[in-house]
Design a protein around this ligand. Structure first.
Ligand SMILES: [Mg+2]
Length: 194
């Protein structure tokens, strides 16, 4: 089986990075510790959309090295490989942030993956648009794809033959046509326990 996996917010958990960045902006503690969506919502309510955009550029760029893999993600990949499955990571992100320092966001992602030895477990494809990401998944012929964004899994150009797993640790985002998994141990149970 060829198992395709998204990178940002599926393998990489940014909660600690966003909490730190929110603290540096002196946002209230209960907002900073409530996760990425709460931080985004708070800044939007205050008409501070640019600060949210800047924060994302830092999280996915210069501060990405502080992000941790989700619990069980690396173990799942190693176990899948041991059982003879092939793995690919297919992600999309712009080359540079929309605002802020012109950091190479693809280089930051490649370094994060390499520093954790993930490039020895999976082929890595970084695309610039969601359409290119869907085309890559089609070209690779993934049997299953795991992604945190239901709107990506629901795209009309997402390959019909690829099984969809929606990775949602918070349990949010019900979406028809996908199976929802709350943790990597659930992914392992679904895909490897047979
Ligand atoms: Mg993602």
């Amino acid at each position: 089986m060829l198992i395709g996996i998204d990178l940002d917010n599926t393998i990489v958990c940014y909660d600690g990075v966003f909490e730190r960045l929110a603290s540096e902006l002196e946002l209230p503690g209960h907002v900073a510790s409530a996760g990425k969506q709460a931080i985004r919502d708070y800044l939007r309510q205050q008409n501070r959309e640019d600060e949210w955009t800047l924060m994302q550029g830092k999280a996915y760029g210069s501060r990405m090295d502080r992000a941790q893999p989700f619990e069980g993600a690396l173990e799942f990949m190693a176990c899948a490989r041991d059982r003879g499955h092939a793995l690919c990571i297919v992600s999309h992100r712009t080359k540079q942030p929309f605002l802020g320092d012109p950091v190479d966001l693809h280089a930051a992602a490649q370094k994060w993956v390499r520093d954790r030895g993930i490039d020895r477990l999976a082929s890595v494809f970084l695309e610039e648009t969601a359409a290119d990401k869907a085309a890559r998944i089609t070209a690779l012929g993934c049997d299953v794809f795991i992604d945190d964004l239901p709107e990506f899994l629901g795209r009309p150009d997402f390959p019909a033959k690829t099984r969809k797993l929606h990775f949602s640790p918070s349990g949010a985002g019900e979406f028809g046509g996908t199976e929802r998994v709350g943790a990597w141990e659930d992914v392992a149970r679904l895909l490897l326990d047979q």
